[in-house]
Design a protein around this ligand. Structure first.
Ligand SMILES: [Fe+2]
Length: 261
């Protein structure tokens, strides 16, 4: 069974390239399950019901989030009633939404998807290592595959979590930096890993946002209003092969597609 995991969707250009290319990529790679990080899908910040429905309508099965999950208040209208939306599991206390959900895919397989946020150069949430460890121990006998989207800034934190969970989760992908890393591989105990999936959004940008205000902020250290950049878009992520006989990941391959101007 092949699955597709798509890097952070940024604004309208990110949604436009998905509309143009997603179904063709799914067909060509014989994809049975698609996950995408959508925390920047609504104007670069958060997610709305309309955009969530649009992305799911394009053929995405699960949307994961990150530190921008609460940026658009519209999410509070639907996060409790949408099983296809996962927010970081390590928010403390009684938090709206869910951080893990189990889906059916392929030949009647149970796939758990977990989203977590890092803590290095990120808001201080509960420990992602201990939180995921507990969840994995709870669900391991009920599921065939476990996929983790670890939304984190530091490469060391992502790599450490992947090695900590190696052999106990099927796939761990990093998101958040919007820069795709060239280190996809199967770890020694069998977990498929990439430090960052990259970005699905405007190419001529700084992490998806218009360049001017970001450069100004570095120059003058004053607050600036960031807008999603315009122009040609890219779509990045990975295609994974999962073996349905032994429930292991057998191959991980990154992709980077461009939509012309
Ligand atoms: Fe993020």
């Amino acid at each position: 069974m092949n699955i597709l995991i798509i890097g952070d969707i940024v604004g309208k250009p990110g949604r436009a390239i998905l509309k143009a290319m997603l179904s063709k990529i799914q067909r060509e790679n014989d994809i049975s399950f698609t996950i995408a990080n959508a925390e920047n899908a609504a104007g670069g910040r958060g997610l709305t019901q309309e955009i969530k429905d649009d992305l799911i309508g394009m053929g995405i099965d699960v949307l994961t989030m990150g530190n921008h999950v609460w940026d658009n208040k519209n999410i509070f209208n639907f996060i409790d009633d949408e099983p296809r939306l996962i927010r970081p599991i390590n928010y403390p206390g009684d938090c709206p939404g869910q951080g893990m959900h189990i889906y059916k895919a392929g030949f009647n397989k149970n796939i758990a998807v977990i989203n977590a946020s890092g803590r290095v150069y990120m808001p201080a949430l509960d420990c992602p290592f201990q939180t995921i460890n507990e969840v994995v121990n709870d669900i391991k006998d009920q599921v065939d595959f476990i996929i983790v989207d670890f939304h984190a800034e530091a490469t060391s934190e992502k790599m450490a979590l992947a090695h900590y969970l190696d052999g106990r989760v099927t796939v761990l992908v990093g998101t958040h930096t919007h820069i795709q890393t060239a280190d996809e591989r199967i770890l020694p105990q069998g977990t498929a890993y990439i430090t960052d999936l990259g970005m699905t959004g405007p190419v001529d940008s700084i992490l998806g946002m218009a360049k001017g205000p970001i450069i100004d902020k570095f120059l003058n250290a004053r607050p600036a209003r960031f807008e999603v950049a315009t122009g040609p878009a890219q779509m990045q992520g990975v295609v994974l092969q999962l073996d349905e006989e032994n429930n292991k990941a057998t191959h991980i391959e990154r992709f980077s597609y461009y939509l012309g101007d």
